[in-house]
Write a protein that binds this ligand. Structure first.
Ligand SMILES: Nc1ncnc2c1ncn2[C@@H]1O[C@H](COP(=O)(O)OP(=O)(O)OP(=O)(O)O)[C@@H](O)[C@H]1O
Length: 252
């Protein structure tokens, strides 16, 4: 079967610094795959290469078999890959509902056409309400996004990513800065919202990673040193030596 996402000998250098050094990765349709690794390993750079923000120095990225490396982020988005925005990129002067509606409109091919009388489009309103309900933000739908507590802003960010309707979703540290209970809620939301979709997630919280992921890849100095199930990764001597150590014990 064609993988949902496939990286082949992907490389990225900034000047003389080789940051991504020949990454091969195949993520199956419907798989939840986590990328872990120490600070500075190149995880964000990898996401930037996949989502089109950075051009690879060499190598290929394929989405559902189609070559996407070299394309612009919006083109890649249109082809079915959505990446979570940073919190600072949500529209803070709009309401929570309007933020999600933007994602829904975009997925339906309207683009960001704010001048339309979009409130009247029944299908848009229904989809928006469904997503708000799914992520538990329906009661706060009419609040300006700026007034949401931090964890809710992160949740909104995930909701917008999902609202885009993409089949492949990249989440960059979705639980960063959250408390234990907020993290638990976020994991439940991600599990629910990513059903039937392919998920690639960068996350530092090993509890989240070992709970959520079907498979894990470990990135160290721009190279994947191991890929496997949570069990395989937990038991991998190379991984323990290079990175996990006691964190894996804690998450067990
Ligand atoms: N645009 C850039 N120009 C030069 N160097 C860069 C650029 N972007 C990233 N780097 C370097 O690439 C290396 C990897 O950074 P990256 O942010 O991808 O790591 P990371 O694994 O996501 O780290 P963290 O876990 O701390 O977020 C770092 O040494 C960083 O300084």
């Amino acid at each position: 079967m064609t993988p949902a996402l496939e990286l082949t000998d992907l490389r990225k250098s900034f000047g003389p610094a080789k940051i991504i050094q020949g990454v091969d990765l195949s993520v199956g349709k419907g798989e939840r795959h986590a990328i872990i690794g120490p600070n500075g390993a190149g995880k964000s750079t990898l996401f930037n290469l996949i989502s089109g923000r950075f051009m690879p120095s060499s190598g290929e990225v394929r989405l559902g078999g189609e070559l996407i490396s070299g394309k612009k982020p919006y083109q890649i988005n249109r082809m079915g890959l959505s990446r979570s925005f940073q919190v600072s990129n949500i529209f803070t002067n709009m309401t929570v509902r309007e933020n999600v509606r933007c994602g829904v409109l975009y997925s339906m091919g309207y683009g960001y056409s704010f001048w339309r009388n979009i409130g009247n489009l029944k299908e848009v309103s229904e989809k928006t309400a469904h997503i708000l309900d799914e992520v538990g933000l329906l009661e706060k739908a009419n609040l300006p996004a700026a007034l949401l507590p931090y964890a809710d802003q992160r949740t909104l960010e995930i909701a917008i990513t999902i609202a885009g309707g993409a089949d492949v979703i990249l989440l960059d540290e979705p639980t960063a800065g959250m408390s234990h209970s907020e993290t638990d809620r976020a994991v439940a939301l991600i599990e629910k919202a990513s059903k039937g979709k392919t998920l690639l997630i960068v996350e530092h919280d090993m509890g989240v990673v070992f709970n959520l992921a079907d498979r894990i890849s470990v990135l160290v100095y721009g190279e994947i040193i191991a890929t496997g199930t949570p069990e395989e990764i937990r038991g991998d001597a190379k991984v323990r030596e290079a990175y996990l150590g006691e964190e894996a014990e804690d998450a067990a």
